[in-house]
Design a protein around this ligand. Structure first.
Ligand code: PHB
Length: 389
C-alpha cells in the first residue's frame, strides 16, 4: 500500500487530520489499534474552542455540531458557598461550544466513510520505519498478515501510549512531566444539568465540576484519592459528596439519577520536545497531556492538527516546506501556554494533601483577585475560549 500521509491513530485528531487533508486533495490512510466501537465508547471532555469549531467546518463536518451543540458565553466559578461568573463574551467577544468529543469522533468517522477514506481498525504492532529518510513506511499486523504502508510523512496521532513518540531517539527527546496528587471521579447521568453553564468548584472537601452534554445528559466530577477505585463509590455516595462541594443553591436544585458511566482519571501535565523528528510529526496526546481542568485535551490536539495540516498543504501545493520545518516550534509555543493555563487552573481549584495554611491563603487570595479584577478575568477567559492559532 502507498499513501501520502500515514496517520497512526484513529481518534479525533487522526480523523480530523485525515479529513482536512482529503479536503485539500491529499491522500492519507489511518491506522487504529482498536475497533471503532471501542474508540466511540471512550468518554472525554466536551468543550470546544472556536479554533476547533472552525476546523470542523473547514473539514466539512460542522453541521450536526451547529445543530446539537450548545454555545456557552461564560462559566461559573464557585468557592465554598460563593459563586461568580466569568463572562467570556463580554471579556473576549468569543465563546466555547459544548459538544462531546465522542460526537466529534462520530461525525468524523461518518465523513471519512462518505468520502471513501481508508481507516483500518484493529491494527497491531504498528511500527514506523526510516523516518529520517525521504521514504518512510509503516508496518502493522492486520487480519493475521504483516502489511507495509509506504508514505511521504507519518503523523503520530496515537496518544500517550502509542508507538510514535518512542521513535524519536531518547538522546534527542526531552520529556517534561508533572503528576498531581489526586484524580477525578467522573459520572455520566441521564439527568438535566444543574445549571446552564459549567460550574468549577473549589471547596473545603476538594474540587468538583458540573458539566453537561445536553439538556438531559449531565457529566459531573469530583476530586478523589489516587488510590480510590470507581467501585468504592456508590451513586449515592457520589451525589452526596458532589452536593457538599457545590454552593447550596446548586445542591438544592441538583437532579440525581443512576450513573450510566463512572470512571477515575489521574491528572498529569506532560510535554515531549521536539514534536517532529525527520518525517514523523506528533499531534495531540502523543506529544502532550494536560490535566482536564481547562478542558484543553482535544483542543490542544486540534491546534497541532491545524499547524500540521497547513504545513502539509503548503508542502504539496506550493512546494514550500517552511511550515514542516517549523512545525515543532510553532505547535510547542502554543502548547506551553495552554499547559500553563491548565496547570494554573488546576492549582487554583483543587485541594492538595500537603497544602500549608499559607498555600491555602494564596489560593483564596487568587480566587478573590479573579472575582474582583477584570484584567485577571480577561486573562482567564482568553485562555479558556482558546488562544489564537
Ligand atoms: C466534561 O464535560 O467532561 C468536562 C468539561 C470541562 C472540563 C473537563 C471535562 O474542564
Amino acid at each position: 500500500m502507498r499513501t501520502q500521509v500515514a496517520i497512526i491513530g484513529g481518534g479525533p485528531s487522526g480523523l480530523l487530520l485525515s479529513q482536512l487533508l482529503h479536503s485539500a486533495g491529499i491522500e492519507s490512510v489511518v491506522l487504529e489499534r482498536r475497533s471503532r466501537d471501542y474508540v466511540l465508547s471512550r468518554i472525554r471532555a466536551g468543550v470546544l474552542e472556536t479554533g476547533l469549531v472552525d476546523l470542523m467546518h473547514e473539514a466539512g463536518v460542522g453541521d450536526r455540531m451547529e445543530r446539537e451543540g450548545f454555545v456557552h458565553d461564560g462559566t461559573l466559578l464557585a468557592n465554598g458557598n460563593e459563586q461568580f461568573r466569568i463572562d467570556f463574551k463580554a471579556l473576549t467577544g468569543r465563546h466555547v461550544m459544548v459538544y462531546g468529543q465522542t460526537e466529534v469522533t462520530r461525525d468524523l468517522y461518518e465523513a471519512r466513510d462518505a468520502a471513501g477514506g481508508t481507516v483500518i481498525h484493529e491494527c497491531r504492532g504498528v511500527k514506523p520505519h526510516d523516518l529520517d529518510t525521504a521514504a518512510p513506511f509503516v508496518t502493522f499486523l492486520h487480519d493475521g498478515k504483516v502489511n507495509r504502508l509506504d508514505c511521504d510523512f507519518v503523523a503520530g496521532c496515537d496518544g500517550y501510549h502509542g508507538p510514535s513518540r518512542q521513535e524519536i531517539p531518547t538522546a534527542e527527546r526531552t520529556e517534561y512531566e508533572k503528576t498531581y496528587p489526586f484524580g477525578w471521579l467522573g459520572v455520566l447521568s441521564e439527568t438535566p444539568p444543574v445549571a446552564d453553564e459549567l460550574i468549577y468548584a473549589n471547596s473545603e472537601r476538594g474540587f468538583a465540576l458540573c458539566s453537561m452534554r445536553n439538556d438531559s445528559l449531565s457529566r459531573y466530577y469530583i476530586q478523589c484519592d489516587l488510590s480510590d477505585s470507581p467501585d468504592d463509590w456508590t451513586d449515592d455516595m457520589f451525589w452526596d459528596e458532589l452536593k457538599r462541594r457545590i454552593p447550596e443553591e446548586a445542591a438544592d436544585r441538583l437532579v440525581t439519577g443512576p450513573s450510566i458511566e463512572k470512571s477515575i482519571a489521574p491528572l498529569r501535565s506532560f510535554v515531549c520536545e521536539p514534536m517532529r523528528w525527520g518525517r514523523l510529526f506528533l499531534c495531540g496526546d502523543a506529544a502532550h497531556i494536560v490535566p482536564p481542568t481547562g478542558a484543553k485535551g482535544l483542543n490542544t490536539a486540534a491546534s497541532d492538527v491545524h499547524y500540521l495540516f497547513n504545513a502539509l498543504r503548503h508542502f504539496y501545493h506550493d512546494r514550500d516546506d517552511e511550515g514542516l520545518e517549523k512545525y515543532s516550534e510553532t505547535a510547542l509555543a502554543r502548547i506551553w501556554k495552554t499547559e500553563r493555563f491548565s496547570w494554573w487552573f488546576s492549582s487554583l481549584m483543587h485541594r492538595y494533601p500537603d497544602q500549608s495554611g499559607f498555600d491555602l491563603r494564596m489560593q483564596q487570595a487568587e480566587l478573590a483577585f479573579l472575582r474582583d479584577n477584570e484584567a485577571a478575568q480577561k486573562a482567564m477567559a482568553e485562555s479558556y475560549v482558546g488562544l489564537p492559532y
